[in-house]
Write a protein of this length. Structure first.
Length: 163
């Protein structure tokens, strides 16, 4: 394995750990045809939305039509408004939930291949925004419906060691 490949794998591992703390998504390995439950923990990532309710999910997709890994498509939510379509339910303890059926919610056309769910979270007027710890948008992988075997590190059982 080349050095570049090793760095890429380490990057993916730590990106997975980071996103696993901010988001809890059920099912863990969603396909583009699933109904998903997204739980956002405002104490994680940049922590900007700690103590704020209600919280809104500004949500989109990275698809086979995206021109870059950050080119959101089929964006849901009208920024700066109390849009009921993206209103999350407060679970207490700075956790917020939204549940939806991916194809119905995003309304993408046939032939679209969804690669990632994309999020930032906000207050009603969009002045306070929850992102990952680096200030970047939050992405979560979407998997093929017929994938034979999938595994993912969701949280380390001990302290991660990078040698």
């Amino acid at each position: 394995m080349s050095l570049t490949s090793r760095y890429f794998l380490v990057f993916l591992f730590f990106q997975t750990l980071l996103n696993g703390q901010i988001l809890n998504i059920t099912p863990v390995f969603p396909s583009q045809n699933d109904t998903v439950e997204i739980i956002y923990d405002a104490t994680q990532g940049n922590g900007a939305l700690v103590g704020i309710a209600p919280v809104y999910a500004h949500a989109g997709l990275i698809t086979n039509q995206s021109t870059s890994p950050t080119d959101w498509r089929h964006v849901q939510g009208n920024w700066g408004t109390a849009d009921p379509k993206v209103l999350m339910t407060s679970l207490g303890n700075n956790k917020h939930k939204i549940t939806y059926h991916i194809p119905t919610y995003y309304g993408f056309p046939a032939g679209t291949v969804v690669q990632k769910l994309a999020f930032v979270f906000r207050d009603a007027n969009g002045n306070t925004v929850g992102r990952d710890a680096t200030g970047a948008d939050i992405y979560y992988d979407v998997y093929p419906a017929n994938a034979p075997l999938i595994a993912k590190f969701m949280a380390p059982s001990g302290t991660p060691l990078l040698a």
